[in-house]
Design a protein around this ligand. Structure first.
Ligand SMILES: NC(=O)c1ccc[n+]([C@@H]2O[C@H](COP(=O)([O-])OP(=O)(O)OC[C@H]3O[C@@H](n4cnc5c(N)ncnc54)[C@H](O)[C@@H]3O)[C@@H](O)[C@H]2O)c1
Length: 517
């Protein structure tokens, strides 16, 4: 069972943040101090005063064991995972630490002395260990426990952030999200083998492509030995009705029924097609997304869009059919070619520009740094998309900000006859749209340079190829969203971390800006 434990000095907000985290992840919340008080029938200050600290610690150990036990400890808790806020010294006892470590993940919340002092100043009488000169007591407590607290590898620094922001930061650190705006599903970042081994799937069928099968199928089969497998040819050219029909027929031949689960192991092409086949087979069956490209991890696997291409255009047939679970394992990305990784990085840069300046800064460290830190990149970039689609699942407003770079980008991709990878085209699109944003006075000083520099350092293109006919690009832009649209809604960058939606009719000007150096 992977419970989530919040630990750290008093005043870091373990209970407040824990409650928000539990709500976000749709998990039950337990405050260990409350369990102790309920079991003892008196408050913690009373226990300390009447029975002393050693008895309190014994009660704490008992409460911890009850809280992680599979037996119901309260209404409806059953055997589910829980978010558990621990007391500030609860894991000093080795026994307690062993219980927590073997039952889940511990996240340490840390704060500066001053933050703790400000927060605790009003409630000092509820904390017997801090009675007296609060600043002095806190200083000595932090000194005494410094080595202990430093020994927990997962840490979130809470200073200067709201409880909601800290809960979100915890989700990024843990790689845990629950989406509920369209369908209900968890998104987990981590080892896919482990994550699949704890799901209780009935029959399942893995859909993958020939490249991914070569590198990663064995790992998945080792945890799901009974799963059937369908391997299809790789690439966008096969994201068509013929392949989808082949999937439907193979599902039938393999006895897939309404209780079965499709596992989409691959990039965006596999996710879109296997998701669509699952959406339509027997009026819809469950599927799990296991994205294997950076683009599919941070973008395509999130949001529930499935579909395939017609000869007349991309993604013309499709449906919204969210998966039951998305498992993103950044180690699967190590077998990607540099070109595929770069292409995915364009979407990551986009997420940074939309709402995460820190992520944008990480991108500017270049591809070698990214390769060494894929885990961090994936966690942050996924969190941006999840936040946007949770707020606006059906693209009525803010979701349109995800189109940054895509109006010019899609057109350039199309006119290149898909010679450019999607991310390469989006990089060109972002550079062009940033320049247009500066031309109309929207983008702040230095924005264009920052966007171009970061894309270049990653090895992504920023110029429309010289030989690409400009009038074809403009025509493709008008055709992209709506036939011959007069006005097109652009997502234009204002600063790193902010994008505005702007209606544009003068597309010639957009392309002219892109030519400026
Ligand atoms: N549903 C959505 O919301 C959404 C969003 C964005 C894009 N998309 C779709 O996603 C598709 C593009 O996705 P993509 O870029 O992942 O393309 P892709 O699925 O074609 O994968 C790119 C290439 O990488 C190979 N590959 C995949 N994982 C690998 C790995 N771990 N190691 C080695 N090789 C690997 C594939 O075999 C393929 O050759 C497009 O069809 C696009 O329309 C969908």
């Amino acid at each position: 069972m992977t419970h989530i434990f919040l630990y750290g000095p008093p005043g870091t907000g373990k209970s407040t943040i824990g409650k928000i985290l539990a709500k976000n992840l749709k998990l039950p919340f337990i405050d260990l101090d409350q369990v102790i008080e309920t079991n003892a029938g008196r408050s913690i200050p009373q226990i300390m005063e009447k029975q002393g600290e050693p008895v309190f610690r014994d009660l704490e150990t008992d409460a911890l064991k009850i809280s992680v036990s599979p037996l119901p400890v309260g209404e409806g808790l059953g055997v589910r995972e829980r978010v558990i806020a621990l007391g500030g010294g609860a894991l000093l006892r080795e026994e307690n630490r062993a219980v927590a470590e073997s039952n889940g993940k511990i996240v340490l919340l840390m704060a500066e002395l001053e933050t703790l002092f400000q927060r605790l100043n009003g409630s000092r009488n509820k904390r017997p260990l801090l009675a007296g000169d609060l600043r002095e007591k806190l200083t000595s407590l932090l000194e005494k426990r410094n080595e202990h607290y430093s020994s927990f590898p997962l840490t979130v620094h809470v200073d200067g952030k709201s409880a909601g922001e800290n809960a979100r930061q915890m989700q990024i650190t843990l790689g845990r999200h629950h989406l509920s705006a369209m369908g209900e599903y968890d998104v987990i970042v981590g080892d896919v083998g482990h994550a699949l081994s704890v799901t209780d799937l009935q029959t399942s069928i893995i859909v993958t492509d020939e490249n991914v099968a070569r590198f990663h199928l064995e790992k998945i089969k080792s945890v799901l030995p009974d799963a059937q497998t369908i391997i299809v040819p790789a690439g966008e050219a096969h994201k068509n009705l013929e392949t989808v029909s082949h999937l439907w027929k193979s599902f039938l031949e393999n006895g897939i029924d309404r209780k079965s689960t499709v596992i989409a192991l691959g990039g965006g092409v596999i996710g879109d097609m296997a998701g669509f086949a699952a959406a339509t087979y027997m009026r819809g069956i469950d599927w799990i997304g296991v994205p294997t490209t950076l683009l599919s991890m941070v973008d395509a696997s999130l949001g529930g869009k499935t579909g395939f291409d017609l000869p007349e255009g991309k993604n013309l047939i499709g449906s919204f059919h969210p998966p039951k679970l998305v498992l993103a394992d950044p180690s699967l990305l190590l077998t990607l070619t540099d070109r595929e990784l770069r292409s995915g990085m364009a979407e990551v840069v986009k997420h940074g520009i939309i709402s995460d300046p820190e992520l944008f800064e990480l991108c500017s460290r270049g591809l070698d740094w990214v390769k060494e830190n894929l885990d961090q990149i994936v966690r942050r970039a996924m969190a941006v998309k999840i936040k946007v689609i949770e707020e606006d699942p059906y693209e009525k407003g803010i979701r349109a900000t995800l189109n940054l770079g895509h109006t010019v980008g899609h057109a350039v991709e199309l006119v290149s006859r898909f010679e450019l990878r999607h991310g390469e085209a989006i990089a060109i699109g972002m550079a062009a749209e940033a320049k247009y944003s500066a031309r109309i006075g929207l983008a702040g000083k230095g924005l264009v340079e920052a966007v171009e520099e970061t894309l270049s350092v990653l090895g992504l293109p920023i110029q429309i190829p010289d030989d690409m006919p400009r009038d074809e690009i403009i025509r493709a832009m008008r055709m992209d969203k709506k036939k011959n649209a007069k006005v097109i809604r652009f997502a234009l960058p204002v600063e790193i971390g902010r994008v505005d939606l702007v209606n544009v009719s003068d597309l010639e000007s957009v392309i002219a800006s892109a030519e400026e150096t």
